[in-house]
Structure formats: C-alpha cells, structure tokens
Ligand binder design. Structure first.
Ligand code: FE2
Length: 377
C-alpha cells in the first residue's frame, strides 16, 4: 500500500518521512529544469539541507537503458538508502527502475527484457509528481526504451512507498505541458474504464478522473485557476490508481512509436487516436469482442463513458473528445506533426504491443488501425 498525502503544501510531509526513515544517503531524481521551475527545489531545499543527497537528472525525456545504467552506477556508488522522485512521468519511471535494479547484480537490460526475474525490493521511494498526468506515483510499472522499442517493467515492488501529490508544483506548468499531460490522464482514465481488466474499484477511480478532467482540463490549460490545477492533480492521481489495476489499452499501444519515432509528447500522442478508438470500441461484434463479459456489456460501458464525458451517445462522445483536443490546442492530424502518409506504416509496424492491444475490449486489427491512422492523417 502506498502512503498518500494530497493537497497544496503536502510536500511538508517529506519532513516526517525523513525523520522516520533516517536515510544516510538520498537518491534524488529530478527533471533537468522542472525541479527549479516548478518550485520544488525551493520547497525541498530546507528539508533536505541536513542530508547527504545525490541528484540524478542525466536522462532523456523518454528514458532509455543507458540512462538507467548510469543511474544504477551512481546509486550503488553512493550506497543510497532512500529515493525521492520529483517530476513528471519520465522521472517517476526512471526512479522506480533505477531503484529496483540497484538491488540486483546483473545488467539492467536483462531484467527489462525479462531474461532475468526481479527478486528483491528497492529502497523506500517517495514519489512527488510535478505534472498532472502520468499517475506514475500510483502504479507498479514503468516504461523505458531500448533502441526505440518500448519496454515495460512490471512488478508489485515498483509501487512507490509514499506519494505526495502537491498541486502547487503544477501551478506554473507551461500551457503545452498542461495540455499533453492532462490528455494523458484523461486517456488513461477512459482506457482503464473500457479495459477488459476493469473492476468495480478501478472503474470508480476512472470515473472520478474522467469527470474531474472533463470539467477542468480546458481551464487548467487556458485560464489556469488554482481550483482547476488541484482538480487535474486529483484526476491524474485517480487515473493512475485506475490503470494500476487495468493497465492501458490500444491508444497507448499506438502512441509509443508516435513518440519514439516522431517526438510527439506522450499525452499528445495518446490523445491523437482516443476519439477514433472510442468510436471503434463502441461497435464491437461477437466476432471481434475481447472482453469475456460480452458485446452487450462493452456497449453498455461505452454508453456509460459517453455520459461521463457529458455526451448523449457514443457518437457525440467522440466529438466531445475532439473538442477537448481542439480547445487545449493539441494538433489532431498527423500531418501537422510532421508525420506523412508513408510514416503510418512505421506506426502500424511498431504500434501493436500485444500486451496492450489485448487489453482493448475490441480486437484491433492491422486494417482497423490503418483506417484510424488514415482518418487522422
Ligand atoms: Fe500514459
């Protein structure tokens, strides 16, 4: 179980955690600039002043295996016994992976490629998200890349020990980052709700996230109020808890090559196919249903999702998602992002992470995906 703290000023709880753990050597994972820009360095500076701290920020926006190896080397050299991760999704993922692999002896890639099993826990980890997006502070998995291919490390022991969701760190987030990370949270909640692995509990978290994000995402991007920022932080955290049970589905599977090959930020890449996948999942048949609860159940789920999005039916829900994308200023066509018609084949070839596509309620065929990508060309 994660120990959670939520609210403006909740960062102060780091003091209690430090007093309890009494670390000799802290591994502090941060973004390159975001740590200063979001106010976290100011808020944590005094709290960390009397401790020995090794800061690690030398990794890419979409962390790769070399970044992880570098982190593991530093972690072991400094004999760290507590991790504090302050940042967005990439920071969370890097911190979680470096922490657990530092407890193992062999090369990081072997564990990531599942050639070796995770056997040990890492050190206690304090996750402090500074975006309202990934929900990585609430999940037991982490993403990283080896040669543009996306891998996911998954283990209960990756779950952070503490999560401090202090929305103050999102107050000064730039518009584009607010938009793409907010879209990640909304997509994660929607995908979790329609996932074949959804449960009553995961759906309750997803529902909370969808309603909050739908109401507040446009304000958080265009006229950010404190209320909208707090609501988006809550939405992102709830969506994180929802996908911790269900994982994500087809929109995420397709997004990874769009990010790896064409540099589109994660949440934006996910949002590109969300409305089309919504329409696709709304019309499953006996021939292509993947959820064992059946066609009628999935159609019901899609109607519930439409209502959660404030729409009358699934067709208007698709429009509602497009309207959110437009209002928050995220390009909706591949061509606007420098992705040509020929590039679509790269996305198709690399966009079928079977683990994720099989979570989707309706089978996504190559033909169906090609049609969706051509629709957003
Ligand atoms: Fe995501």
């Amino acid at each position: 179980m994660i120990r959670e703290y939520f609210g403006v000023g909740s960062i102060e709880n780091v003091r209690l955690i430090l007093a309890g753990v009494a670390p000799r050597s802290i591994f502090l994972v941060t973004g390159k600039r975001s740590y200063d820009d979001c106010g976290a360095s100011k808020a944590l500076g005094n709290l960390l002043a009397e401790y020995s701290v090794s800061r690690f920020n030398d990794f890419d926006v979409n962390p790769n295996i070399d970044n992880i190896r570098k982190g593991v080397d530093l972690f072991k050299k400094k004999r760290c016994d507590l991790v504090i991760a302050v940042g967005g999704g990439s920071v969370m993922d890097t911190a979680k992976v470096v922490n657990i692999l530092s407890a193992h002896d062999e090369d990081a890639a072997l564990y990531v490629k599942k050639e070796r099993k995770i056997r040990c826990s890492g050190k206690p980890l304090v996750a402090v998200p500074t975006t309202a997006g990934s929900g990585g502070e609430a999940t037991h998995f982490a993403a990283l890349y080896i040669d543009k291919k996306k891998y996911s490390l998954e283990d209960e022991r990756l779950l952070p020990t503490y999560a401090i969701i202090d929305p103050q760190f999102t107050f000064s987030l730039p518009k584009r980052i607010t938009a793409s990370t907010g879209m990640d949270a909304l997509s994660q909640a929607i995908e979790s709700y329609w996932s074949i692995y959804s449960s009553d509990e995961s759906k309750a978290y997803a529902r909370e996230a969808i309603m909050l994000a739908r109401e507040h995402i446009v304000h958080a991007v265009n006229q950010p109020t404190i209320e909208a920022r707090i609501a988006m932080s809550r939405a992102a955290h709830a969506a994180g808890k929802a996908i911790n049970t269900t994982r994500t589905t087809a929109c995420h599977a397709v997004s990874y090559p769009i990010t790896a090959y064409f540099g589109v930020p994660h949440g934006h890449a996910v949002g590109l196919t969300l409305s089309r996948m919504f329409a696709y999942n709304s019309t499953p048949s006996e021939a292509d249903i993947l959820d064992i609860r059946g066609v009628a159940y999935v159609k019901g789920v899609m109607r519930e999702l439409a209502v959660l999005l404030g729409a009358q039916d699934t067709e208007s829900a698709k429009k509602a998602i497009d309207s959110i994308m437009r209002k928050i200023g995220l390009e909706m066509h591949l061509r606007e992002l420098g992705i040509s018609g020929n590039d679509i084949e790269i996305i198709i070839k690399n966009g079928f992470d079977p683990e994720r596509v099989k979570n989707n309620p309706r089978l996504v065929t190559e033909q169906a995906l090609r049609k969706i990508l051509n629709d957003i060309r």
